[in-house]
Every structure is written in C-alpha cells, then in structure tokens.
Design a protein. Structure first.
Length: 231
C-alpha cells in the first residue's frame, strides 16, 4: 500500500512539474514547433507520444543511475537508510518554500538550450520530438529541479525504486503534452484555451501542494527529526 501511495505521489509530482510555467511553456512550444510541419493527425499524435517517451526515458535513466549509485556504495547506502526519514521533513519544507515562492532560485542557464534544440528537432522530422523530449528533460527550472531532486529522488531512494518511481514521474511530466498534441491535431484554436485553463490550475495546484508539503514537512521534522511528541 505504501508503494502505491509512493507511485501516486511520483505521478502527481510529475504532473506538477509539467504544468509549472517554465516546463509547461517549453513543452507546448516544443511540441507545437515539432508538429507544425507534419500533415496528418496520426503524425501529430505520434510526435506527442515520442516527446513524452523521450522525457520518460531521460528521467528513468537519470533516476536509475542516481538511486543505484547511492545504494551501491555500502557506506552511503547505510547512511541513506538510517537518515533518509530524518531528512525527508527538512527536504519537504525546502520544496514547499520553492513552490510557495518563499525561496527564490536562479533559473538554470541550460534553459537556453530549448530554442536551439527546437530548430534541430524540426530538421530531424517526427523523431526529433523524441530527441527534444529527452534533452529538454535535463534543462530543469528551479521548480522542476526542486521537485525532482528534493521530492522524487528521496522517494525513490526510500523505496529502493530506481526504475518504477522515476519512470512514473517521467511519464507524468509529458502527459499534458499528449493532451495538447491531441488538441493540436484536431483543433489548433483550442490549444490556447486549454493552456490558459491549465495555467490557472497550475497556480492553485502549486500553492495547495506547497502548503501540504510544508505541513507534512514540519510534522515530520518535529516528530521524526527532532523527536517531539505531538500526540
């Protein structure tokens, strides 16, 4: 049951990552740019699927490397298993501060790779969508980096899941792109309306998640890290 909850949490973290302003704008621009020269509905949908698959593969491989690397070192593995629960509370608080914009982080300079990759992806045809998704998954904004390294990765380490949890997270980061690809294939004018609604939803989703993370983080910090008996 705990693993099911962890998988659901990873899925939600991926969705929250994908609808954050920077990743969402990159996703929409990338799939629109890649798909604008394809002529059939099936090719547009295929481009959305390949883009999502590229993101999923990148996060899965990255997660497997990080989790297995951490668990393979005996000393590090022992420290993580012993102290991960102690660190989860403070980590959740830090992620909550980023989501609630109480902690400002500088945008990654690698975000500039987006425009260059878009032009290269167009020249690569429909398979450029896969390459674009795989590469842009690494150009993390502060919010997505906080969610990946501060929440998803500790969760994967805690459950010793180097494949499943990162894969679910990666799939969820590209899931909205499949929806927008469908809209783009059948009615391009609906994309803007859907984007505006999703942007409004992102604001409240980020705030609600931030508050939940903050409350849970404070509770875990007090009860687990500091050993305070609340109940």
């Amino acid at each position: 049951m705990e693993l099911v909850i962890a998988i659901g949490t990873a899925f939600w973290l991926g969705v929250l990552t994908s609808i954050s302003p920077c990743p969402l704008a990159t996703n929409i621009a990338a799939i629109s740019f890649t798909s604008r020269k394809v002529g059939s509905v099936s090719r547009v949908l295929a481009a959305g699927f390949l883009y999502t698959l590229g993101r999923m593969l990148t996060y899965t491989v990255l997660g497997m490397m990080l989790v297995r690397g951490m668990m393979a070192a005996p000393a590090l593995s022992h420290v993580l298993q012993k102290y991960m629960n102690l660190l989860m509370g403070p980590l959740l608080i830090l992620v909550a501060m980023v989501l609630l914009e109480l902690l400002k982080l500088r945008p990654s300079s690698r975000a500039s790779l987006g425009s260059a990759m878009q032009s290269r992806a167009e020249r690569s045809g429909i398979w450029g969508a896969f390459i674009l998704g795989a590469v842009l998954a690494l150009t993390m904004c502060p919010t997505s980096a906080a969610l990946f390294f501060g929440s998803m990765l500790p969760l994967a380490v805690q459950f010793k899941s180097g494949f499943l949890i990162p894969a679910v997270y990666g799939f969820a980061t590209g899931l909205p792109v499949l929806v927008f690809s469908f809209l783009l294939a059948f009615s391009a004018n609906k994309v803007a309306k859907a984007y505006n609604k999703l942007a409004d939803f992102e604001v409240w989703a980020q705030r609600i998640t931030g508050v939940i993370f903050l409350v849970v983080g404070l509770f875990m910090t007090l009860t687990i890290s500091l050993g305070v008996k609340i109940i």
